[in-house]
Ligand binder design. Structure first.
Ligand SMILES: NC(=O)C1=CN([C@@H]2O[C@H](COP(=O)(O)OP(=O)(O)OC[C@H]3O[C@@H](n4cnc5c(N)ncnc54)[C@H](OP(=O)(O)O)[C@@H]3O)[C@@H](O)[C@H]2O)C=CC1
Ligand SMILES: N[C@@H](CC(=O)OP(=O)(O)O)C(=O)O
Length: 364
């Protein structure tokens, strides 16, 4: 199979650095172009980036010259990953799509568009069908392959929906869901990021916009598509009530969430049935044989004091989500603790896995 050329926008940031790590030595992709702000453009990547990962900067990326984020500079790319600051992602990503490029974005800007898939690839890859349809329609009309954008969800939303989607598929819809998050500092990005004095010996009980994103995005991901297969139909507030409270804690990577939820149908399943469905879950990316797919998308942990970020965030190289303390909830049906790696399955890793799925379906 041919190796596809990949570009990374926002390559110097928290998510961008993770993309570099995941793309270095990837069998399906080679890094063809890197972009960031004009502060970085024109410099070698090693000089432009302030590397903050615990793994060393891959040699393969060191000497690549960082470009301005224009579509012309990325014209050769089969796929462009975006880890752009959301203040700039909107216009840049739009120009890339208009130039016919395939964009997979971590930024929030287009997540709510009716025809843009919001995808957590271990959960709802079927939402990519809307793009497959767009490509088919253009092909049937004798037009060239259209540009498109696929959005990755907010990182906390990714962890939330990962165990819930298999449960909904097995036991029917949820009607109520609450989550309280404990979010890592890498989630706040690097420019400027969270300051040490704010987070050390402290918890900050506010992350701007996060609660609204989690409450809305969950309904799109757990929702459906219209009969034509062209537009998404998020669940309504009447169908599912979601309440999120978000906190920043002094953890480097890995978002923890304490969640409670209720199924619409009575009687609810048993705790053992819930655990069994999660243990048995095999995501489509694994079935397709995608290189980065987790062996086990959901890890059910039985120890009373797990999951913990430092011990569990790297399960299945950060593509696996850990779920522990699954038990009955006296208010809703169940409660559990979920841990997901915010820059891997919550961001860059999901981007890579989406691209692997696109490649396996000849969509790029
Ligand atoms: N961190 C996380 O866990 C998650 C982040 N996201 C989203 O991903 C995106 C990136 O986040 P994160 O990596 O944390 O952010 P960072 O602040 O760490 O990085 C931002 C990137 O955007 C670039 N940039 C800034 N201004 C411009 C500009 N005017 N033109 C072009 N590039 C520019 C920066 O380049 P330079 O270095 O040159 O300034 C840098 O590469 C955001 O939209 C964020 O909301 C989504 C899910 C999880
Ligand atoms: N806000 C998230 C990361 C993020 O940037 O989310 P979004 O892509 O939804 O803006 C966090 O702080 O952990």
């Amino acid at each position: 199979m041919s190796v596809k050329k990949a570009g990374v926008l926002g390559a110097t940031g928290s998510v961008g650095q993770r993309f570099i790590l995941l793309l270095a030595n990837h069998p399906d992709f080679e890094i063809a172009a890197l972009g960031a702000s004009s502060r970085s453009a024109g410099k070698k990547y090693i000089d432009a980036v302030t590397w903050k990962q615990t793994e060393l900067l891959p040699e393969i990326a060191e000497d690549i010259i960082v470009s301005e984020c224009t579509a012309e500079n990325f014209a050769d790319c089969d796929i462009v990953f975006s880890g752009l600051d959301a203040d700039y992602a909107g216009s840049i990503e739009k120009a890339f799509v208009e130039a016919g490029l395939a964009v997979v974005s971590n930024a929030k800007n287009y997540r709510r568009e009716v025809d843009v898939p919001l995808v957590v690839p271990i959960v709802n890859p079927e939402h990519l069908l809307v793009i497959e349809k767009k490509i088919e329609i253009a092909k049937a009309a004798g037009e060239k392959k259209p540009g498109f954008i696929i959005c990755i969800s907010n990182c906390s939303t990714a962890g939330l929906v990962a165990p819930l989607k298999p449960l909904v598929d097995s036991f029917g819809p949820l009607d109520a869901l609450t989550t309280t998050t404990l979010q890592a500092i890498s989630g706040a990005g690097f420019s400027p990021g969270v300051s040490g004095i704010d987070v050390l010996d402290n918890i900050v009980p506010y992350i701007g916009g996060e609660e609204d994103k989690m409450e809305w995005e969950t309904k799109k991901i757990l929702g459906g598509v219209n009969a034509e297969g062209t537009e998404f139909k998020p669940l309504t507030d009447d169908e599912l009530k979601v309440s999120a409270q978000c906190n920043r804690v002094a953890v480097s990577d890995g978002h923890t969430e304490c969640i409670s939820f209720r199924f619409a149908k009575r009687p609810a399943p048993s705790v053992e049935e819930v655990k069994q469905v999660l243990r048995d879950y095999v995501c489509d990316a694994s079935k397709l044989g995608c290189h980065s797919a987790p062996k086990q998308a959901i890890h059910v942990l039985e120890a009373q004091d797990r999951p913990q970020p430092r011990l569990d965030r790297n399960r299945d190289r950060g593509y696996g989500v850990s779920v522990g303390r699954i038990r009955a909830d006296p208010v809703l049906d169940f409660k559990m603790v979920v841990l997901s790696h915010n820059t891997i399955i919550g961001a860059a890793g999901s981007g890579i896995l989406i691209a692997e799925i696109l490649k396996s379906k000849n969509m790029i």
